[in-house]
Design a protein around this ligand. Structure first.
Ligand code: ATP
Length: 372
């Protein structure tokens, strides 16, 4: 079943902000969510993501700026006059109504008499066709959440807003529901705006993620782009381990920046550095753990030319199933631990071993010493 809308499902926020007294929860924000996309607002508790979502829903009045849904300005419209529906973490189902009637509710309220076909289609979409006559308390958390989604979608909103909808579910169910929501969004083709503090959830589900920090969007992009090309240390650290290394700019070589770090040299592609890197200046460079290979120090000569390399000593290692995670002390980053993952377990790579960490320079990213 497809309920793809005929337009108007893009969300445009222009300079919207929200202040509470002297506190600014959301700084002026410009954001466009294209129609039909699965968009995630991601950030730690208190960063302003729910406030942003509530301003789209009409549940919170912006202090400044405007909200457009398609060509329609909705900034001052009440929620029920906007072509949006919101699904909350607390499913807010009617306990005394069965699943069919919960889903039919929006249609009946609008005076629509023949609801059977639409409700049945919607229950099929969320794979609850067999549960229609049960009461909410007879369903699992994940099933109840799917009823909440069906109840919102039956109104044919142009945009579905989801406020931490999976927060109350256990980890396994949450993973299942992430895929399920993604499937439903693909099938109905409308815009989903999803709020979460779980980076894995945002990366799994969304086409585009806005990482928020202290009321501002720090970076916006496709999940892989944010992970591989973070432009601030906040984003680098929020989306995984970034192994930040302090380095000094030595020279430039074509498009590359050559850095001094821990007595060695590192190469950073200029395009992957968010700071202006002048000779003698300080930068922070990062590399994801899974990009790092380890060699025992007495095999350092076998490390291919052209790889970035630093030395270190293993202080800890833990087997985590698909890989082994190492904690390494390195003179290149005296205050930070370096994590590296090796798919093949090497019996010589044990705590105390002197090692060379090496990686393709193309996987290095860099920031100014002020961490931006
Ligand atoms: P969480 O994941 O914990 O819900 P969040 O990122 O969604 O966090 P918001 O709920 O948007 O954050 O809140 C942003 C900031 O605004 C927080 O510091 C919060 O305390 C503050 N805030 C939210 N609502 C109000 C209010 N009605 N009055 C005063 N401050 C508020």
């Amino acid at each position: 079943m497809t309920t793809t809308t005929d337009g108007g499902g893009d969300v445009r926020l222009s300079g919207i902000s929200k202040t509470y007294g002297s506190f600014t929860a959301v700084h002026p924000l410009d954001l466009t969510v294209p129609q039909g996309s699965f968009f995630a607002l991601l950030g730690a508790s208190g960063c302003g993501k729910t406030t942003t979502l509530r301003m789209i829903a009409g549940l919170e009045e912006p202090s400044a700026g405007s909200v457009h849904l398609g060509d329609q300005e909705v900034t001052h419209l009440p929620p029920y006059k906007r072509p949006v529906n919101t699904v909350f973490q607390s499913y807010a189902l009617f306990p005394h109504l069965d699943i069919f009637e919960n889903v039919a509710f929006g249609l009946r309220r609008r005076g629509i008499k023949s609801v059977k076909k639409q409700v049945e289609e919607m229950l099929e979409l969320v794979q609850l066709g067999e549960q229609a006559r049960k009461k909410p308390h007879q369903l699992s958390g994940g099933q109840q959440q799917r009823v909440a989604v069906a109840r919102a979608l039956i109104n044919h909103p142009k945009v579905l807003l989801l406020d931490e909808p999976l927060g109350a579910l256990d980890l396994k169910l949450r993973r299942q529901m992430q895929l399920e929501l993604k499937r439903i969004q693909t099938e109905v083709g409308i815009t989903f705006v999803h709020v979460t503090h779980d980076q894995e959830e945002a990366m799994t589900m969304a086409d585009t993620v806005a990482v928020m920090n202290a009321g501002r969007v720090e970076q916006l992009g496709a999940p892989s782009d944010l992970y591989e090309n973070p432009t601030t240390t906040f984003v680098a650290n929020f989306l995984g381990t970034s192994n930040l290394i302090e380095a000094e700019v030595d020279t430039r070589s074509g498009d590359d920046i050559v850095l001094k770090a821990g007595g060695g040299k590192l190469v950073l592609p200029g395009a992957r550095c968010s700071a202006r890197a002048a000779a003698g200046g300080k930068v922070l460079v990062g590399v994801r753990p899974e990009k790092i290979s380890l060699a025992h120090a007495d095999e350092a000569g076998a490390v291919p030319e052209g790889r970035n390399r630093i030395t270190g000593r293993i202080t800890d290692s833990s087997f985590i199933g698909v890989s082994t995670q190492y904690v390494i002390d390195s003179p290149a980053c005296p205050k930070v631990e370096v994590y590296a993952q090796n798919i093949d377990r090497d019996t010589r790579l044990v705590p105390g071993a002197e090692v060379v960490l090496h990686w393709n320079p193309a996987h290095t990213f860099g920031f100014g010493a002020d961490r931006s």
